[in-house]
Design a protein around this ligand. Structure first.
Ligand code: SAM
Length: 250
């Protein structure tokens, strides 16, 4: 297996492929003011195995197109939605998030947890806005500095990993500069990183290594993920995922 295949193998059986939780999805949903008597059209971009897609399907009336680049994650989501009887509400689509076959003004809601960074926050805001109806909502979580200053080590790490990392105020300004108005914001708690993402991932390390014959590459994947966890533990006061809920202006 390649390193990418191993990374998918480590993550595909989990509820979440990034920090976040059912509670966070519910909290973000509360900021929406959408008609309850209409069938909504919703996209969940970078859905992974669809932890949040299932919550959206249970809480909203309408159809969700759940998009991801990797069929392994979409297969997991399809299995879950079959078991839960949600196949009439969730359709999966294997596509790159910067090459979507959507129409202008098609969606009431675009959701994306922990995924917009793949094409860059501002690029995503611009590209996806066309697909939203005027008054439609964008709900995205994005890596964010939660303090005004921070130690050089973590600043340099994130600037190298993701140069668009920024403060909440600057992310909100980007939303406003691109034709959205913020309706709600919060950042993920430490539990949403540790309890619902990192601890379940660590619990899978052993079976993952066994399944992959303890290969050098599999060990590297575990080491890299453990290093990410250690970094979070050391610097968790300074960054999180900000959850931004905004409305497209007319
Ligand atoms: C950190 S995970 C978040 C997954 C899920 N939303 C969650 O919160 O559990 C990022 C997701 O984006 C997907 N992804 C990465 N690059 C992508 C691209 N260019 N187009 C579509 N999906 C992509 C990955 O496969 C992965 O499922």
């Amino acid at each position: 297996m390649t390193e990418l295949e191993l990374i998918i193998d480590l993550h595909k059986n989990s509820d979440r492929q990034g920090p976040g939780s059912e509670k966070d999805t519910q909290k973000a949903l509360k900021f929406l003011n959408l008609p309850t008597d209409q069938n909504l059209k919703i996209a969940d971009i970078g859905c992974g195995s669809g932890g949040q897609t299932i919550s959206l399907a249970k809480n909203l009336n309408g159809q969700i197109i759940a998009v991801d680049l990797f069929p392994e994650f979409l297969n997991e989501l399809n299995e879950k939605s079959q078991k839960l009887g949600l196949t009439d509400k969730i359709v999966t689509l294997e596509k790159a998030m910067d090459d979507l076959p959507f129409n202008e003004d098609e969606f009431d809601l675009i959701w994306s947890e922990g995924a917009i960074y793949n094409i860059g926050f501002e690029n995503g805001l611009k590209k996806w806005k066309d697909y939203l109806k005027v008054g439609g909502y964008l709900a995205v979580s994005e890596i964010t500095w939660i303090t005004q200053s921070r130690p050089k080590e973590i600043e340099e790490f994130w600037k190298a990993e993701y140069p668009e990392v920024d403060t909440t105020a600057n992310k909100i300004r980007q939303l406003e500069n691109n034709g959205y108005s913020l309706v709600g914001y919060f950042y993920l708690s430490q539990d949403s990183w540790i309890e619902t993402y990192y601890k379940p991932m660590q619990a899978r390390f052993e079976t993952f290594l066994k399944r992959n014959d303890n290969s050098e590459l599999a060990r590297k994947v575990v080491e890299d993920n453990q290093a990410e966890i250690d970094l979070y533990q050391k610097f968790k006061e300074y960054y999180s995922y900000g959850f931004y809920v905004a409305r497209k202006n007319g």
